[in-house]
Each structure stands twice: as structure tokens, then as C-alpha cells.
Design a protein around this ligand. Structure first.
Ligand code: CMC
Length: 433
């Protein structure tokens, strides 16, 4: 708490309330309204939680005006350039960069938890081949609670740690099983001699009948995308994980709730939507028509991959991904299925010069370019959001752990502005007109 206060005056009664102001390690001051209803009988109204901090957190910091993203204080650019996904996962979970021994133990633990129970594998056969992989992934993650009973006691730190390592280790295996099922190909078991991202590529693309060579640039690109997608403070899916977990629900159920929330096109589903949009635009000559549609209030069309609730200057992740796009397209022999990267660059150029996008601070976000990389690596569009989910699992787990260990933690339970019918008496159906 600071000495600062914030006053709120009720103009009809003249009553004034002094609210305490809290100061984080960085970022704007936060007015603590926790006692407002109890002491003064009013709620605050903030649809979409635009001005609401829902919790205290020490994991990730974003300055949307300056385009800053820090994991545990470390700038995303440094982590993307010097670290790797497993080290970043350790950092997000435990708060500090690991020593050599800690890193090797953590990496070993993740590697040795990658297999999934054979019975879980059979779940995939219950899905039609064309089921959306996000449906399979959320269903199977939720079902893990029925299998791994040694990680279900949420008040036991040992159980919580086993859960954390297990779900981070198994999510690529679940993702790959969903992919193989949709392709009608045999499931490929994880390989403990491979790093996290190479193992994922191998489970996706190798087949039992011939050797598969892992392209190191593909593994590097996935590692970068996973670092950039690993966490993003209280976004929609992470808040969903916290809210579901705040009821004491088992952690697999909470993560499955996060997968479901991520699926929507305004969130993680945007990478899939971007690719569909670029295909629909088709060629550079059509860009003005689509930009005009995005600006038309009567047309629901939006430029997917543009805009962000928090970033109002640029999304630092988009810049890093754009650079990786060049590298991947060069290594994979170009955008074989159509020049979508060139189209995306041209669309970005047009939109960034357009008064509408300038005025509303709409810039390309992380999802504008990530799909182009995934596509160049041969990952089908329907799997894009699954790839996002694999990476974000680390962030969800870190936030779930932080929430469960928080002594101030209580069930998340927002209130509402009721606008329905006022009190009225029930009328029997025989007396209704
Ligand atoms: N194209 C055209 N207009 C837009 C767009 C867009 N992509 N995004 C926002 N606007 C307009 C919007 O119509 C509104 O105009 P007005 O003030 O005249 O009503 C204004 O900009 C503010 O938009 P908003 O929807 O109130 O902003 P928000 O903070 O609630 O939504 C957003 C943020 C990311 C959902 C939104 O920008 C959007 O729908 N973008 C496209 C989907 C997308 O790329 N999502 C991925 C987000 S980043 C990764 C992630 O979160 O997973």
C-alpha cells in the first residue's frame, strides 16, 4: 500500500470515499476497490475488464504503450535471442533462471514425463478424423485428471509440482496424437534423446516406414514461437485458468478450460483466422477492398492479427516473429503454397499507413505472422491454435501455481449490473394470454 488515495464522490448524496492506492513494482497505480461494496454498497462496472486488475502477480509484465514484455523481469528480446523454451519454462514456473544442475534436472523431468497413458491414446479413436484438434486436446487434457491421481491434491506442493512437469511434458504428445489422428497416421511415441521442440516435430512428422530428419531451423523456429507464446499475464485463457482453478477444481480441468478459452478467434484462434483471411484476400490487388471492409462499421469483418487489448504501439513478439519468417521461408524453399508472406507484408504496409488503423492504434500482433511460419513448416491450419496451446500451457501452469499458493486467494466471483425484469409475481399458465 502507498500513502496515496483515490477519492470517489457520490454526487447525489455528497458522500466521498477515500480508496487506498497500491503500487506495483512497475506499471500504473492500482486503486483498491475491494471494500467498496461492503462499505458503500456500490459495485464497479468494467465489461471486458479493461481497467481491472484481477490479482497480484510476479510472473509477466507488459507495458502496452512502449511495447515492452518481460518474463520475471527479463526482456522478451533477450530471452528470444539467448535462451530456449525449456529454460524459459523453468523461469516462468520458478521465478529465477536455473543453474546448470537445475536446468538439467528440470529438462530431464520434462523429458521423462512425455509419454501418455495408453488408455488415453484410445480416446482419440472416439473422435471423427475431421474433429477440430482443439476439441481433442481440451477433452484429453481434462481427462488426465482420471489417470494421474498422484498430482491431484492441490494443497500439496509435491503434487502441484508433479502436475506442472507432467502437463508441460505431455501436451506436445497430446497435440501430436490429435494431429496423427486427423491424418489417419499411426501415433509416434516421444523420443527421450530429442529436445522439446525436436521431439514435437518428430512426433508430428515422422512415420514408421522411413527415417525422418529434423530440420534444425524448424526446431529453432518452434522454440522461438513457444518462447514468445509462453505467457502474457492475465489474458483471456490465463484468467480462465485462474477463475476455474479458484473454485478448487483439479488442475487438469483448469488447464482444459484455458485450452477452450484460447480457441476463440479473438484470442489464440487468431493465427488460424489470419491464414484463412490471407487466403481469402488472395492477392495484393484485393488488399484495399479488405481494408475498406475492416473499416466499415456495418461489416463484421476485422483484419485478423491486428490490434491488441494491451499493446497500443507495437507487439514486440510480432517483430521477432517477422524476422523468423524470413529465415524459415528461406530454409524451407519459400512459401510453396502461395506467396502469403509477401501478401502479409503488403497488408501490414497498407494498414500501417491508413488513418483508421493509426488512430485506433492497431498494429500486427503475435498471431499475424506465426501462422505463416507454421504453414511453411507443414503444420496444418487447424493445428495452429494447438501449437499456441502447447506453449501457453507453461504460462497457465505458472499462473495456476501462483494462484493456489497465494494466501489471499479466494474464489473468483464477479458481480453484475442487472438489467432484467424487476420483481414480478408468477402467473399460472392457465391465466396467461
Ligand atoms: N480490424 C478492424 N478494426 C479493429 C480491429 C481489427 N483487427 N481491432 C480493433 N478494431 C477497432 C474496433 O472496431 C474498435 O473500433 P471503435 O472504437 O470504432 O468501436 C476499436 O478498434 C477498438 O477495438 P476493440 O474490439 O474495442 O478492442 P479490444 O481491446 O476489445 O480487442 C482484439 C482487442 C485483439 C480482440 C481486437 O483488436 C481484435 O478483434 N483483433 C483481431 C483478432 C486478433 O488478431 N486477435 C489476436 C490478439 S493477440 C493474441 C492473443 O490474445 O491470443
Amino acid at each position: 500500500m502507498t500513502d496515496k488515495t483515490f477519492s470517489l464522490t457520490n454526487n447525489s448524496t455528497g458522500d466521498s470515499v477515500e480508496l487506498p492506492v497500491r503500487q506495483g513494482a512497475m506499471g500504473p497505480d492500482v486503486v483498491d476497490i475491494g471494500t467498496l461494496y461492503r462499505n458503500h454498497g456500490v459495485f464497479t462496472f468494467d465489461p471486458g475488464f479493461v481497467s481491472t486488475g484481477s490479482c497480484e502477480s510476479q510472473i509477466t509484465y507488459i507495458d502496452g504503450e512502449k511495447g515492452v514484455l518481460l518474463y520475471r523481469g527479463y526482456p522478451i528480446e533477450q530471452l528470444a535471442g539467448k535462451s530456449n523454451f525449456i529454460e524459459v519454462a523453468y523461469l516462468l514456473l520458478y521465478g529465477e533462471l536455473p543453474s546448470k544442475t537445475q536446468l538439467s534436472e528440470f529438462s530431464g523431468s520434462i523429458t521423462h514425463h512425455t509419454m501418455i497413458n495408453e488408455t488415453l491414446l484410445r480416446f482419440f479413436n472416439g473422435f471423427h478424423y475431421n474433429a477440430h484438434p482443439m476439441a481433442m486436446v481440451s477433452g484429453v487434457i481434462s481427462s488426465m485428471s482420471a489417470f494421474y491421481h498422484d498430482s491431484m491434491k492441490i494443497d500439496d506442493p509435491v503434487h502441484r509440482e508433479i502436475f506442472a512437469h507432467r502437463v508441460i511434458a505431455k501436451i506436445p504428445t497430446v497435440a501430436a496424437a490429435a494431429y496423427k489422428h486427423s491424418m489417419g497416421q499411426p501415433f509416434i511415441y516421444p523420443r527421450n534423446d530429442l529436445d522439446y521442440c525436436s521431439n514435437l516435430l518428430n512426433m508430428f512428422f515422422s512415420v514408421p516406414c522411413e527415417p525422418y530428419e529434423i530440420n534444425p531451423i524448424a526446431a529453432e523456429a518452434i522454440d522461438l514461437l513457444f518462447i514468445l507464446h509462453a505467457d502474457h499475464e492475465q489474458n483471456c485463457s490465463t484468467s480462465t485458468v485462474r477463475l476455474a482453478g479458484s473454485s478448487g477444481a483439479n488442475p487438469y480441468a483448469a488447464i482444459a478450460a484455458g485450452v477452450s478459452a484460447l480457441w476463440g478467434p479473438a484470442h489464440g484462434g487468431a493465427n488460424e483466422a489470419v491464414l484463412k483471411m490471407l487466403n481469402e484476400i488472395g492477392s495484393v490487388e484485393n488488399i484495399p477492398k479488405f481494408v475498406a471492409r475492416a473499416k466499415d462499421k456495418n461489416d463484421p469483418f476485422r483484419l485478423m492479427g491486428f490490434g491488441h487489448r494491451v499493446y497500443k504501439n507495437f507487439d514486440p513478439r510480432a517483430t521477432l516473429i517477422r524476422d523468423m519468417c524470413h529465415k524459415v521461408l528461406k530454409a524451407t524453399g519459400g512459401d510453396a503454397n502461395g506467396p502469403l508472406f509477401e501478401l502479409a507484408l503488403a497488408l501490414e504496409e497498407v494498414a500501417l499507413k491508413d488513418e483508421y488503423f493509426i488512430e485506433k492504434n492497431l498494429y500486427p500482433n503475435v498471431d499475424f505472422y506465426s501462422g505463416i511460419i507454421y504453414r511453411a513448416l507443414g503444420i496444418p491450419v487447424s493445428m495452429f491454435t494447438v501449437m499456441f496451446a502447447v506453449a501457453r500451457t507453461v504460462g497457465w501452469v505458472a499462473h495456476w501455481l501462483e494462484m493456489i499458493a497465494d494466501p489471499q486467494g479466494r474464489i473468483g466471483r464477479p458481480r453484475q449490473l442487472y438489467t432484467g425484469a424487476p420483481l414480478r409475481d408468477y402467473v399460472p399458465v392457465s391465466e396467461r394470454d
